[in-house]
Design a protein around this ligand. Structure first.
Ligand SMILES: Cc1ncc(COP(=O)(O)O)c(C=O)c1O
Length: 440
């Protein structure tokens, strides 16, 4: 069984040299944690430029659905590159874009009566959703959630309410966005309990926001993450989305489901909203859709997406190579990867929950499929998040060759590619166990 191998001090000499170059020329706004340069990947394994081998449980921030450099994806993308790299779907027709649109319309909840707009990223997919919602409803206002991350362009950033640093000095943003609490069962807002949090949030929307702040008939859409990602891997209670939908329906407000992080099989279903039994009006997709090639998509009911030529477009959106990679990714998801995500996720979470018996400071283990969070607390009663211990765990894991990411204030997230095997999970658990002992 392959295991991480750290052969040099970290960062190694080649990484150190490249770091100087990077620090001299790259925007300092990025939030890179690991000071190593990755060179090559295979499945969940990554080599850095100094020959160190890491086990990657980040998948390029939940993007590499089929693992690094999957031969089937490489083959599909290279075959497309040899035929046509770019044409621009804005002004020209090419088959991979139409075929992918038909496939997405088929698999998206509520399909196939759907149309697709292609973009290049999650933020752009959400921008398209904002624009379509306004275009169709002629209403100005949007509702989003505290803790949400929907992207960093001005429209998407106006919806994002995850960390103040992401908004500082960028105002004014879209003036007509109202945020409401997300129904977090672990740290329930509005004085609720885990059992009453869905009602509390929906009641707040209807009886505080709509009665005192914004008339519901002026609200175009409510945009939400089916499982909150950057905000801390928060899984809402099962009854929340059906309750939210009944309020939205009452006022003809559109529901926009941001599946950028949770979609494309990651949660053990093709789309995370399938866990909650509602059909949204608009679904946005990016990240995992093309196994690492840049692609975003906004999918809406046919009757909704009837804007006129010129209303919205994108030069690169729906690039043929990305579309070819996406078609192959979906084929592999349907061929067993979604199921693998469900199985491997359950296996990993079961083991993480056992760690909770040993360590008081693991406050919660939650998630679905391979979208898993471990929330570190200072005290199990108050549930105050412990970001220091979280950061220590991530750093120590890295030193042992396991790559992890944080989310929210105090959560370690585990998002390996959907190809991960049980043996690879065991290697990660073995390293994690040592790390938890060390920080205990
Ligand atoms: C739920 C969600 N929406 C949107 C985005 C923005 O995607 P992108 O970085 O591709 O613009 C992200 C990125 O993390 C996300 O997690």
């Amino acid at each position: 069984m392959r295991k991480p191998e750290i052969r040099t001090e970290l960062p190694g000499p080649k990484s150190r040299e490249l770091l100087e170059l990077d620090h001299a020329y790259i925007s300092p706004s990025y939030t890179r944690l690991y000071p190593v340069f990755f060179d090559r990947g295979e499945g969940v394994w990554l080599w850095d430029v100094d020959g160190n081998l890491f086990l990657d449980f980040t998948a390029g921030i939940a993007v590499n659905t089929t693992g690094h450099a999957h031969p089937e994806i490489v083959k599909a993308a290279s075959a497309q590159m040899q035929r046509l790299i770019h044409m621009s779907g804005t002004d020209f027709y090419y088959a991979p874009q139409a075929r992918l649109a038909a496939k997405l319309a088929e698999i998206v909840p509520g399909g196939p009566n759907r149309r697709v707009f292609f973009a290049n990223s999650g933020a752009e997919a959400n921008e398209a959703a904002l624009k379509l919602s306004r275009y169709k409803t002629r209403r100005p206002i949007f509702i989003a959630f505290y803790g949400a991350f929907h992207g960093r362009t001005f429209g998407a950033l106006s919806l994002t309410a995850s960390k103040a640093v992401q908004r500082r000095y960028f105002s004014p943003l879209l003036p007509q966005v109202v945020h409401i609490p997300y129904p977090d069962p672990f740290r329930p807002p509005l004085g609720a309990t885990p059992d009453t949090v869905s009602d509390a949030v929906v009641d707040y929307l209807e009886h505080t926001v709509f009665e005192k702040l914004v008339p519901p008939e002026e609200v175009a859409a409510i945009i939400f993450e089916p499982i909150q990602g950057e905000g801390g891997y928060v899984v809402p209670p099962d009854d929340f989305f059906p309750k939210l939908k009944s309020v939205a329906d009452r006022y003809d407000i559109l529901l926009v489901d941001d599946e950028v992080q949770a979609g494309m099989g990651r949660t053990g279903k093709m789309f995370a909203i399938e866990h909650f039994g509602i059909i949204p009006d608009i679904v946005t997709i990016a990240k995992g859709i093309a196994s690492g090639l840049p692609l975003g998509a906004m999918v809406a009911r046919k009757g909704l997406m009837d804007w006129v030529p010129g209303a919205h477009a994108s030069t690169f959106g729906g690039n043929p190579v990305s579309c070819a990679a996406a078609l192959k990714t979906i084929e592999m998801l349907e061929g067993g990867l979604v199921e693998n995500a469900a199985r491997m996720g359950a296996y990993f979470m079961e083991h993480l929950r056992k760690f909770m018996d040993r360590y008081e400071w693991i406050g919660d283990v939650r998630g679905k499929g391979l979208m898993i969070g471990m929330d570190l607390v200072k005290d199990r009663k108050t549930r105050e998040g412990d970001s220091e211990r979280r950061d220590k765990i991530i750093w120590k894991a890295y030193e042992k060759g396991l790559l992890l990411l944080g989310a929210g204030k105090s959560v370690v997230r585990f998002v390996p590619s959907l190809t991960v095997t049980r043996e690879e999970m065991d290697v990660a658990l073995e390293i994690l166990e040592k790390v938890l002992q060390e920080v205990g």
